[in-house]
Write a protein that binds this ligand. Structure first.
Ligand code: C5P
Length: 237
């Protein structure tokens, strides 16, 4: 499938039209940003890793009955997806306290949660993706009550599917962010699921295999992405 007009360019991806109005191409870049683009850099081969890992994890979800926008990986950096209207809510699921939750609640990073915590953020870079509650979502009409219920149930289901899959690969799924899209009246898990959007810790050592290595200047960033690819895809990207 050929790339057509560039529809959208984000921090880590480009989205192109295709000859089929129902299909888009996501192109994965090596550009990395953090802290709402205040920190910028490049992670060599990140786009290749994120495309491969997303392919595998979307496949795991589809086989478990979770509808996603994934169609097929076309090349190292290109993925064919179903065209969606993206819901302007970033959904975060957490199993272990880390990142902004540690800061917000004043709790130590690494504390296991007795049950997953689900959060919603407004997908709006200019506002710094603020935290939302259900009343904000209703007021802003970001999703209908039925859509929100489906989004929440699906996000928890994604967690229930991916956690054991990653655990078997010696990875703790600490937390992750999902996006959803509307496609002919159906809600699909969209965007990407990869070390940019998940916290992935080695089960034994706690070694970070995700974007926190870039955000926090921990070093060995490329190696961590490659290791995540090796464990999740069975091969280095
Ligand atoms: O920063 P915070 O702790 O809220 O992040 C929670 C999870 O959501 C992390 O896995 C992070 O990688 C992901 N995230 C994301 N995109 C954002 C914000 C957070 O993928 N804009």
């Amino acid at each position: 499938m050929d790339r057509g007009e560039l529809l959208y360019e984000g921090k880590a991806k480009q989205v192109y039209r295709t000859p089929d109005p129902d299909r888009l191409i996501q192109h994965f870049k090596d550009d990395a940003t953090a802290f709402n683009a205040q920190k910028r850099g490049t992670i060599v081969s990140k786009g290749i890793v994120n495309n491969r890992i997303s392919e595998v994890l979307f496949g795991v979800l589809e086989r478990a009955g979770v509808a996603t926008h994934f169609v097929e990986r076309l090349s190292e950096r290109d993925m064919l997806v179903r065209a969606c209207q993206i819901v302007k809510i970033e959904v975060v699921v957490r199993n272990v306290i880390a990142g902004s939750l540690a800061t917000r609640l004043g709790r130590p990073e690494g504390e296991a949660l007795p049950e997953p915590i689900l959060e919603h953020y407004l997908k709006d870079d200019a506002l710094g993706d603020p935290l939302l509650n259900d009343w904000h979502i209703r007021f802003l009409q970001l999703a209908t009550p039925d859509e929100l219920a489906a989004i929440n149930a699906t996000a928890l289901r994604v967690n229930a599917v991916l956690r054991p899959y990653l655990d078997a690969r010696q990875i703790v799924l600490v937390d992750f962010k999902l996006e959803f899209g509307r496609h002919h009246g159906q809600l699909l898990v969209a965007d990407e699921i990869c070390p940019d959007t998940c916290r992935l810790w080695d089960k034994t050592t706690g070694h970070k295999l995700d974007k926190d290595r870039f955000r926090r200047d921990l070093g060995a960033v490329e190696e961590a992405y490659q290791e995540a690819a090796r464990r999740i895809c069975g091969v280095a990207a």
